[in-house]
Design a protein. Sequence first.
Length: 228
Amino acid sequence: MSDTKSRAEEKNFRIVLSRFIARYRILFLSIIVLILVTLIGIGIYGTLNQKRIETSAVAAEDLQVLYDEWQAAGDDEKDDLREEIEGSAEKLLNSYKNGFAAQRVHLILGRLYSESEEWEDSISQYMQIADGFSKSYLAPIALMSAATVYEEMENYESAIAAYERVSKEYSSSFPLTAYALISSGRLYEKTGDTESAIESYNNVIDNFSGSSWTNIAQDRIIYLETVN
């Protein structure tokens, strides 16, 4: 295979990958959120051994199990499970409103409302983490989740603002910052703001050169500069 053909195939693959991520962004983010939350929860549970922390961690996991059951349930079961989730969530928030368990509750409710297409309620839950626990490991995850909901609402300005808040406030600690910048660039393209899109992509190239997103950023800049 010639070098020219190989490079062309590689470029086409990156374009297809970029489109795939845009289409399945919610599923993609949900998987990553689940992995990060599990790792963070294990770290906190293992490091802080006080009884209250242990109790709240177990309660939060029980709520996660209920949510998983709700996801898998048929339509005839969902209403009862949702009522149980919301009742358990309220008790948890009353008992542990300032702890990690409360953040887990808001995250679970945010996903529940998002999957029910109750967009405003979903965003409210996510932003309670982002604004109320801004130093938390879950804050950038909540912002990314809120951004995907804003996209579903076609509120691209708010989605971009959430993605850019991630890149500005959590660039040194959050592993998906480059993806947040790619996402804001994609939305700038969607709204016709080519200059801002290129700026987002250049931010990926300049600050995340070792990231797997760099090639996609480079391809998008080449494309935008070619068509404009």
